[in-house]
Design a protein around this ligand. Structure first.
Ligand SMILES: NC(=O)c1ccc[n+]([C@@H]2O[C@H](COP(=O)([O-])OP(=O)(O)OC[C@H]3O[C@@H](n4cnc5c(N)ncnc54)[C@H](O)[C@@H]3O)[C@@H](O)[C@H]2O)c1
Length: 342
């Protein structure tokens, strides 16, 4: 298959592209190498993908319509996976415009060009943040998502809605995944695991928001990739509408469009998470307790029922195993990552 993946220099796009290349597919990887976090890490990821002859990188921004068009022409894709985005909840308070540019305008370009290229299946990354402070757990795909707490969540919701209308108008098959706190080797420096491990190795305190009372449904990267790969074969259509007790399919009645959570449904409190990191590193963290940050949600908790029903799979890697894999990678990669300023 020919894949066009956006965000291949990013954490998730890198892992997905590597898996697909290992499986023998062709991948065109589109990424603007944005300076939101250490660009050296992004270059290292692309360098690792470039070991595969069937990987072709395109370095450009999603907002550059002409560049996305050229990349589609090079790729001639069967399947598009749109992962590039301005990610991060907290940064959306500082620089909301970056989210509008990348996640709304950028996603719009991908959407239109995927439709013109007549692709078999367009998949897009949405987020658990879209559930806001939903009090009903676990979060199901059909739950209301009309109360986003940040511009990040609002732009991802906008992306889902634009995709739905395009899917309806042009019969473009779209799956929007909602990811839940993804972690693992090659992870993001702005996320808790990376920040905690780095601070602990440097003998600096770790910042624990919400007095440690928040919880997150952590998803190990290999589990996430497995979910995406399996879902890529399940092109939304009435023929695969799930009719099973206890499962609510989000498949639209107006379009070949479905939203699917990729998460294991096992939330972990922030304090338990810290203890797991301490065990993996064999040292104790200095804890700096801070109030909840603006825009943070108290908990995330995926219902994996739809994913499991569609694919026969749900994420299951234990936190201790996943955190250890991150630590092992980080200890080896750190000198190279830090050889260039963040
Ligand atoms: N990691 C998580 O826990 C998580 C959770 C929920 C949703 N997501 C979503 O999953 C996707 C991938 O996330 P990630 O963790 O790999 O993030 P990441 O920041 O590591 O990767 C995103 C990549 O997109 C690129 N990019 C950003 N804006 C761009 C633009 N306008 N044009 C071209 N390239 C651009 C960046 O350079 C980066 O390499 C994102 O859409 C994110 O919102 C991630």
């Amino acid at each position: 298959m020919r894949y066009f993946i956006t965000g291949t220099a990013g954490f998730i796009g890198f892992h997905l592209a590597r898996r697909l290349l290992q499986d023998g597919h062709d991948v065109v990887g589109f990424d603007g190498l944005t300076p939101y976090y250490n660009v050296k890490l992004k270059q290292m990821r692309h360098a690792a993908l470039s070991q595969f002859p069937s990987f072709r990188p395109v370095i450009a921004m999603l907002e550059d319509r002409g560049a996305v068009e050229v990349a589609f022409e090079i790729a001639q894709p069967d399947i598009v996976v749109h992962l590039a985005a301005q990610a991060g909840v907290r940064y959306s308070l500082e620089n909301p415009k970056a989210y509008l540019d990348s996640n709304v305008m950028g996603s719009w370009n991908v959407l239109e060009l995927a439709q013109r290229a007549n692709v078999r299946h367009l998949m897009m990354a949405s987020t658990s943040s879209i559930y806001g402070a939903n009090p009903d757990v676990p979060f199901r795909e059909i739950d209301r998502t009309d109360e986003p707490l940040t511009i990040y969540a609002a732009t991802k919701k906008a992306m889902e809605l634009m995709a739905h209308s395009h899917s309806h108008l042009y019969k473009l098959p779209v799956t929007a995944f909602r990811f839940f706190t993804v972690y693992g080797p090659w992870g993001r420096p702005d996320m808790a695991l990376f920040k905690f491990v780095k601070a602990m190795l440097d003998d600096e305190p770790i910042e624990i928001y919400g007095e440690g009372k928040m919880s997150r449904d952590f998803t190990y990267i290999d589990d996430l990739v497995e979910g995406i790969v399996r879902l890529s074969a399940i092109v939304p259509s009435e023929e695969n509408r799930v009719i099973a007790e206890g499962v609510a399919d989000s498949l639209s009645h107006q379009a070949p469009f479905r939203v699917v959570n990729i998460g294991g449904g096992q939330p972990i409190s922030l304090l338990d998470f810290v203890e797991t990191v301490e065990a993996a590193l064999g040292r104790r963290a200095q804890r700096k307790m801070l109030p909840m940050q603006k825009g943070d949600v108290p908990r995330t908790f995926a219902s994996p029922a739809l994913l499991e029903n569609l694919t026969g799979y749900k994420p299951g890697t234990g936190l201790a195993t996943g955190v250890k894999a991150f630590v092992d990678w980080y200890l080896e990669a750190r000198p190279e990552i830090e050889s260039s300023p963040a």
